[in-house]
Design a protein around this ligand. Structure first.
Ligand code: FES
Length: 80
């Protein structure tokens, strides 16, 4: 599964770097390094909802607080 995280300027200011490192840790903690491909992407046109992330054709608004929840509810359940 490919997960795109927006690293455009607006999302960067909203903490995309923190979202990326949280995702990296979650992927590692669940041993999913071979099934999840984390990619950076420039502006996805949802700046006001940043940090924008996208997977399986769906867009989500991520932040440091909700990323773990999002990972469990939306990502993990689509992998297993
Ligand atoms: S900068 Fe992330 S959606 Fe625009």
């Amino acid at each position: 599964m490919k997960i795109n995280v927006c690293i455009g300027s607006s999302c960067h200011l909203k903490g995309s770097r923190l979202v990326v490192s949280a995702l990296q840790e979650l992927v590692k903690a669940h041993g999913l390094e071979t099934s999840v491909d984390l990619c950076g992407k420039f502006c996805m046109g949802n700046c006001q909802k940043g940090v924008s992330i996208e997977f399986n054709g769906k867009h989500f608004s991520a932040n440091e607080e909700n990323i773990e929840d999002l990972f469990h509810k939306e990502i993990l359940s689509n992998i297993k």
